[in-house]
Design a protein around this ligand. Structure first.
Ligand code: CP
Length: 309
């Protein structure tokens, strides 16, 4: 694969290979000297057309720890604001001869469009409702480290599945790795015919949580609900908010996850999010740096004359 545009199309061995590659960076990141510099001399452009804290910073840190020259293009302060098209932006970035481009965009498919116009590998950092592959990989890495495996686990992905690229990529990744994946949410926030993705759908939160080994909460994405159904926050929390009482329905050692940013008091109670015996939320962020180092290393191998994947 030249690019990493989604989990779709990756087989279990390819996903496991990326998880295995990430393991080596966890120890480096926890040490005093955090640099490897194997990608010294390469240039990484992070082009973010949509807001981000975790993904942008972790890709920047990952690139710098591997020795790359990393530059960030924020759409809000770029010539996109003067009307430059996506294609012209892609051609412009490509002319600067980057070795890897990381893109986030609010439109599903925009990252593919750019990937088709440039000469270097492109990594999708989230496109619309479509995919957020590095999030799913870091989530799978977190689960494997905490639970020792992914295959055979019951994983409930809960909340606003309809608008979630994180849910889509996780359904694909965790399903490919052999997990029993459930999606749980109000009928208005579940994609039509979601069962076709190989998951079991629940609209009753308590039933969907029953016996789950991993409870992955999703952010209520109000910015993607224009013209559609917008639930009231109080009602949503009452029916679909993860509280300690609700969590008691899951397996006694169930792991709580959230990709962030969280809406505290809406999809997740603070007491659940902050209980680090149960919650892996900060660990997900830590795994994000290691996972993105692995992806940057692996995706640039062909350019460096190193055997790819
Ligand atoms: N999980 C995630 O993508 O977070 P950011 O939007 O902060 O990058």
């Amino acid at each position: 694969h030249r690019h990493l545009l989604g989990i779709a199309g990756l087989g279990p061995h390819e996903i496991l290979f990326l998880l295995d590659e990430a393991e080596q960076w966890i120890a480096l990141n926890r040490g005093a000297a955090k640099h490897d510099n194997r990608l010294a001399g390469l240039t990484q452009i992070n082009a973010f057309f949509e807001n981000s804290t975790r993904t942008l910073l972790s890709f920047e840190i990952a690139g710098k720890r591997l020795g790359m020259d990393v530059v960030n293009m924020h759409a809000a302060t770029s010539s996109v604001k003067k009307g430059e098209t996506l294609i012209d932006t892609a051609i412009t970035l490509n002319a600067m001869r980057p070795d890897v481009i990381v893109i986030r965009h609010e439109a599903s498919g925009a990252v593919q469009l750019i990937a088709d116009k440039v000469d270097c590998p492109v990594l999708n950092a989230g496109d619309g409702r479509h995919e957020h592959p590095t999030q799913a990989l870091l989530d799978a890495l977190t689960i494997r480290r905490r639970k020792g495996r992914v295959a055979g686990l019951t994983i409930a992905i809960c909340g606003d599945v309809l608008h979630s690229r994180v849910a889509r990529s996780n359904i694909l990744a965790l399903g490919t790795l052999g997990a029993d994946v459930r999606v749980v949410g109000p009928p208005t926030l579940l994609p039509p015919q979601v069962e076709r993705m190989g998951v079991t759908a629940f609209t009753d939160f308590d039933a969907g949580l029953e016996g789950a080994d991993v409870v992955m909460m999703l952010r209520l994405q109000r910015e993607r609900m224009a013209g559609g159904f917008v639930p009231s926050e109080r009602e949503y929390h009452a029916l679909y908010g993860l509280t300690p009482e609700r969590l008691a329905r899951a397996a006694p050692d169930a792991l709580v996850m959230h990709p962030g940013p969280m809406n505290r008091g809406i999809e997740i109670a603070s007491s659940v999010a902050d209980d680090l015996n149960r919650s892996a939320i900060p660990e997900q962020v830590e795994m994000g740096v290691a996972m993105r180092m692995a992806c940057l290393d692996v995706l640039t191998r062909a350019r460096r004359g190193v055997a790819g994947w």
